[in-house]
Design a protein around this ligand. Structure first.
Ligand code: ZN
Length: 371
């Protein structure tokens, strides 16, 4: 009997909750309430549209990640690159040792001149015996194997710790031999430091990246755990100042795509630093006049990068850079809930962005691919 009564009450509760849910939905509908993620107005604007699926010039993507390169079918990938007019892809995730060797074997089998790999090292070895020889050896070996750059992930400066549990600072002088080694080999360092400043701000309705912090809560940089955004960026800039003979590519517009004046001032004082536009296209596309002028002013310092590989997403890059189109969609809502506008960059600037600057910075690119 008791069991029957429990089932009866349980069923009653279920019906009641269902009813409540239904009524809430009805009220929301009556009040015209909806989820911010649900709202997707279709633009009624009628203006010229010039979608682009192939870059105007062959380009080098200096910020790409291919995670299974040792076993990847590179012919397929190169077919897609051909369609995009991507002459060379830089795989920043080349790792080191055997994985790097196998990746390069795969590349050299058929697609020798279409890929460049960057080596990766482990900063958390800093207190171990054998530092810094062990990482310098990893870099040298990587170079001998064929890698042509070093990639620094954002964990360095955010989450990497020394043996005492202290955060490794980006300008910690214990890493000086690493930067000097790259200068000596003549290879660039692509460095990603920090995150968008919004990740340090309150997760409230005023935060530009609120949606991203909701969808990816792990990206929030709580003040309990992390130093302020400005502190980490200042460490990075100090690193650039201290190593004028080392070439750095500051990833993601150095997270100052929303303040190009500041980024420009930084580049003015740091001739050894370049930057790239991977994953920050939406910053440029929301300020077409300012960004166009800035890209012209700094045409010798900016490289093309994309980060996540997805063929169709390159189309939006081409459209923002090459056309004068207005008010079109970006591809990832959590990066930008706003629309894109084309910068209509001059051909000479496009050529530098797409490949000429890369030819200066990344060693041993096959120039014939850009003729
Ligand atoms: Zn990346």
């Amino acid at each position: 009997m008791r069991v029957l009564r429990l089932v009866f009450y349980g069923f009653g509760l279920f019906v009641f909750l269902g009813l409540v849910y239904y009524i809430i939905g009805l009220i929301q509908y009556r009040l015209n309430v909806m989820d911010v993620e649900e709202y997707e107005p279709v633009s009624t604007l009628v203006v010229p549209e010039n979608p682009i699926t192939r870059a105007k010039y062959p380009f080098v993507d200096v910020h790409n990640h291919q995670w299974v390169m040792p076993i990847q079918d590179l012919d397929n990938l190169v077919d897609e690159m051909e369609e995009l007019n991507m002459a060379v892809m830089v795989n920043l995730s080349g790792f080191r040792g055997k994985v790097l060797e196998w990746s390069l074997d795969n590349v050299n089998e058929k697609q020798t001149n279409r890929f460049k790999l960057f080596v990766n090292i482990n900063f958390e070895l800093v207190d171990d015996e054998g530092w810094p020889e062990i990482v310098l050896d990893q870099i040298q070996t990587g170079y001998d194997q064929g890698a042509r750059g070093l990639k620094i992930y954002k964990e360095f400066g955010l989450d990497d710790l020394d043996n005492d549990g202290n955060r490794l600072k980006v300008n910690d002088s214990r890493f000086d031999p690493v930067w000097e080694k790259c200068a000596q080999l003549g290879i660039p360092i692509l460095i990603h430091t920090g995150d968008p400043s919004s990740f340090w701000e309150l997760k409230d309705k005023y935060n530009e990246r609120w949606l991203e912090l909701k969808q990816k809560p792990g990206r929030y940089r709580s003040p309990d755990k992390y130093p302020p955004f400005e502190e980490i960026m200042a460490e990075q800039h100090d690193l650039f100042y201290k190593h004028p003979n080392t070439t750095f590519i500051n990833a993601h517009l150095g997270w100052y795509g929303n303040d190009l004046g500041k980024l420009g001032a930084l580049l003015d004082t740091l001739p050894n630093v370049y930057t790239e536009i991977g994953a920050v296209l939406a910053e440029l596309g929301r300020q077409p006049r300012t960004a166009r002028q800035w890209m012209i002013d700094y045409q010798d310092r900016v490289l093309f990068g994309k980060d996540t590989y997805k063929k169709e997403e390159y189309y939006i890059y081409f459209r923002v850079l090459e056309t004068a189109d207005e008010y079109f969609d970006y591809y990832r809502k959590r990066h930008a809930h706003w629309k894109m506008y084309g910068l209509d960059l001059p051909d000479s600037v496009l050529q530098k962005l797409y490949y000429k600057n890369a030819l200066k910075v990344i060693p041993d690119l096959d120039e014939r691919l850009f003729e």
